[in-house]
Design a protein around this ligand. Sequence first.
Ligand SMILES: [Cu+2]
Length: 166
Amino acid sequence: MSKINNGGSYWFYPQGKTITYAKIKGGPLAPSINGIVYFVDVPNGTEVCVNINGLPPYQAGDNGNPIGPHGFHLHENGTCQIGDPTEPFQAAGGHWNPDNQPHGNHAGDFPVIFSNNGVARMCFFTNRFKPWNVIGKSVIIHENPDDYRSQPTGNAGRRLACGVIK
Ligand SMILES: [Cu+2]
C-alpha cells in the first residue's frame, strides 16, 4: 500500500498503481464533509474509489428534498471556488461529457454515494477514461440522488462538496 497524507491522517491506496486523486471538502451547505476520491489505473479502464466522512444524515424525500443517496459526478472545470454560498460550486461547471452523451451516460456520471452514519466507501470500475485523463476536472457530491434521466444533471440538486483532481 502507498499513502497520501491528509494533515495527520493517511489514506491508503494500492502500491505500484498509477493514481490520480481529489481531496474532497464540504462547502457551506455541508462543511463537515471531507475525504478522498482516487482513480487507479487498471486493465481496460479505471477503478474509482471513494472514502468520505461527514456526510449529512439521510432524509426521505417526502418534503421534495431527499438528502442522500448523493448524486456524484465529475464536472468539467478544475475549480472549487464556492461563489454563492446558497448555490455553491457553480464554477465547477456542468458534467464532464467529452463524447457528448445524454445524462445517464456522461463519462463523468458515477453511482450515487450511500452514507452510513456519514461515512461512505465504495469502489467501481469504468472504462470511460484513464486516471490521467481526469486531471484538472472536479469531483462534486450533491445533496439529492441522481435520477439518471433528467437532462442534463439528473436533478441531483445542490452541490455539497468538491475536489479538484490532481
Ligand atoms: Cu454533479
